[in-house]
Design a protein around this ligand. Structure first.
Ligand code: ZN
Ligand code: ZN
Length: 268
């Protein structure tokens, strides 16, 4: 399904934000950080640095408190940006109230000229780890076939590959084999974007780049065997996509919003 189409350009700039963990009220804190304030600082930086954005993708854990008012506040803000924006659910979200486009388990493709972004839902109600059901895998296969002439980006919440961090790897996408079986049948997938791990990382499999992206809120300490927060600032990922199939990407950190985080916290 095509949600958005833009065929008049040679270069596209998109931004990935992730893991905003917004509360139901804007003045509440999550692990001693105000997620609303850090989200707005990140969005302010994005607007300053990239005033001509083609789309913004949110890769899940939009809400820490997944109730209607949290999502409405987010959507009201996003609608002021005049930039197409898309979001997929994370384990902390509630698909029943999440601002999805149509059904949450339907696989969507957003076309940006020579590029397409395919949105997956790896979140399963009542679970922290991720899973792609058979219907979604089949839809993905069909969409990759339909977009055979395009460069494809896949976005999902859970990390498909280990982060060398025991606690978070227990919560990864559990049927990565099934996903890469589908990817292996096509040669148009360039990259896979995920959130969930609250850190920047790159893995490569069969020429496909798998990126994770920092949270707009608290960061998890890389390579930690137990739950631990890191000192890095909130951030986001920007991607420049060229018509010839080449791309570049970088993570930006928004240093001035780093607050006094309680690093002694022991749960997620
Ligand atoms: Zn998260
Ligand atoms: Zn998550």
């Amino acid at each position: 399904m095509t949600l958005f189409s833009n065929n008049h350009q040679q270069r596209w700039t998109i931004v990935q934000i992730s893991d905003t963990h917004l509360m139901n009220q804007e003045d509440l804190e999550f692990v001693h950080m105000n997620p609303e304030r850090s989200f707005h600082a990140v969005m302010h930086d994005i607007q300053q640095q990239y005033p001509q954005l083609d789309a913004i993708f949110h890769t899940g854990d939009l809400a820490q408190i997944p109730v209607a008012e949290t999502y409405q506040r987010y959507l009201q803000f996003m609608q002021t940006l005049n930039t197409p924006h898309f979001q997929i659910p994370g384990n902390h979200d509630d698909a029943a109230v999440f601002p999805f486009h149509l059904q949450s388990n339907q696989v969507h493709a957003i076309e940006l000229g020579n590029w397409s972004v395919i949105l997956l839902n790896t979140a399963v109600k009542g679970r922290i780890d991720g899973w792609m059901d058979a219907a979604q895998l089949q839809q993905l296969d069909q969409l990759l076939q339909q977009h055979a002439q395009q460069q494809v980006i896949i976005a999902c919440h859970h990390h498909p590959f280990d982060m060398q961090s025991h606690w978070i790897d227990q919560h990864k996408l559990k049927n990565t084999e099934a996903l890469i079986d589908v990817l292996a049948r096509h040669n148009n997938v360039k990259l896979v974007l995920c959130g969930h791990v609250h850190q920047d990382s790159l893995n490569e499999w069969q020429g496909i780049q798998f990126y994770s992206t920092p949270s707009t809120c608290v960061q998890f300490k890389p390579h930690s065997q137990h739950f631990a927060l890191g000192p890095e600032a909130p951030g986001y990922r920007v991607l420049h996509l060229n018509a010839d199939g080449s791309f570049s990407t970088q993570v930006h950190r928004v240093e001035h919003v780093t607050q006094q985080i309680n690093f002694e916290i022991s749960g997620y």
